[in-house]
Design a protein around this ligand. Structure first.
Ligand SMILES: Cc1cc2nc3c(=O)[nH]c(=O)nc-3n(C[C@H](O)[C@H](O)[C@H](O)COP(=O)(O)O)c2cc1C
Length: 360
């Protein structure tokens, strides 16, 4: 029987267990150069040492004009490779598979970094957006591929496309905010075209040994539409789907009485739909070891992804696999966004009392 400790093969890589560290940005840890400093390597190494089977490094921008914050990490130029290499080398000492999430904000680009630009002209969170030309879409595609080549040079086992949470690739998926009438809008095939071109381009450039995963919406806006999107990505060659939320409006209803929330539920629906074609991961609020074990033991997903539990306690994965004690995330949301964790996480502050040198 499969349990949380059972290794899993994803693409050509084998995760030693079913627990993955979800991407979490640390804005303000670096400057506008987007270069990862040593603190990032220490932060990720602590989670790899703590037993997570896969580490996904935070949303890392493919172009300075797609950043969510001026200090977001980048992979848009070669000068950024060495900082990532330090993260990879630190994590590899502990047996984890390590990937990096590559990202473009699209409409959500920070006003100090670039225009709010994506598939169409829409009213979006108080701004009127601009429509990308076909040339600009092709440039974005090439930038995703070039960032992946840099990720491979840094030693990463693969990348995760940030294709949910209302960022550029998700904006293309959404029939609500992608109003294009050309080959990048309209049918599901057209709305997934950019992501599929990116996947095929990365595969050609980086080879079969490079893990290509995508963090996708479980409903966009419906479950059925998200499942069709997944079909196209799988057809294009994606190795792994990690399911979170999208733009919506998601009107699907979670059955009552489940031990997890709606976002995990839509992930379980994706897992059932994909039916073993590629592994599928679920995320959101999985912060109790019993729940993590339950999801895997009941074949509701292939891996579980956790963010805040692992921010609060870098050794949380060990608590899941071996039943050791752990520091509980109290869901205070002080870690949310910028300035991320200037030691505001109560669990980090508590650890500092006994170990002033402990990493974030
Ligand atoms: C501080 C912080 C930063 C985050 N950064 C990212 C990110 O870079 N990319 C991403 O896809 N999700 C990001 N998220 C969302 C998490 O990956 C995760 O989906 C969410 O926190 C729910 O999971 P959890 O309940 O285990 O924390 C972030 C969440 C937090 C709290």
């Amino acid at each position: 029987m499969v349990d949380i400790k059972t290794p899993i093969k994803i693409g050509t890589k084998t995760l030693p267990n079913r627990i993955t560290f979800a991407p979490t940005v640390k804005f303000d840890w670096t400057d506008r150069s987007g270069i990862a400093i040593e603190r990032f390597a220490q932060h990720y190494e602590a989670r790899a040492k703590g037993g997570a089977g896969l580490i996904c490094v935070e949303a890392t921008c493919i172009h300075p004009e797609g950043r969510l914050a001026p200090s977001q990490l980048g992979l848009w130029e070669d000068a950024q490779i060495d900082g990532h290499r330090a993260i990879v080398e630190a994590c590899k000492r502990h047996g984890a598979v390590i990937i990096v999430q590559i990202h473009h904000g699209g409409y959500n680009t920070h006003p100090d970094c670039g225009p709010s630009k994506g598939p169409s002209v829409v009213e979006w969170r108080g701004r009127t957006t601009e429509e990308m030309s076909i040339d600009e879409i092709h440039q974005a595609r090439d930038q995703f591929i070039e960032a992946s080549i840099r990720a491979q040079k840094a030693g990463y086992d693969g990348i995760q496309l940030h294709a949910c949470h209302s960022y550029l690739l998700d904006q293309f998926f959404s029939p609500v905010v992608n109003l294009r009438a050309d080959e990048y809008g309209g049918s599901t095939e057209n709305r997934t075209r950019l992501a599929c071109e990116v996947i095929r381009g990365i595969r050609d450039a980086c080879g079969d040994d490079f893990l290509i995963s995508a963090r996708v919406p479980g409903a966009e806006p419906t479950l059925e539409e998200a499942h069709k999107i997944a079909d196209f990505l799988i057809e294009a060659g994606v190795d792994y789907l990690q399911v979170s939320n999208g733009i919506g409006p998601d009107e699907s209803k979670t059955p009552e009485g489940l031990p997890f929330n709606h976002i995990v539920w839509i992930g379980t629906q994706m897992h059932a739909y994909v039916n073993g074609r590629v592994p599928v991961s679920v995320v959101n609020g999985i912060d109790r070891p019993e729940l993590a074990r339950y999801i895997i033991a009941n074949n509701l997903a292939d891996t579980i992804d956790s963010a805040r539990a692992l921010l609060a306690d870098p050794e949380w994965a060990r608590a899941v696999t071996d039943g050791t004690d752990y520091v509980k995330c109290i869901r205070c949301k002080r870690c949310f966004w910028s300035p991320m964790m200037e030691h505001k996480c109560p669990a980090v502050m508590e650890r500092r009392k006994t170990d002033p040198t402990c990493v974030d």
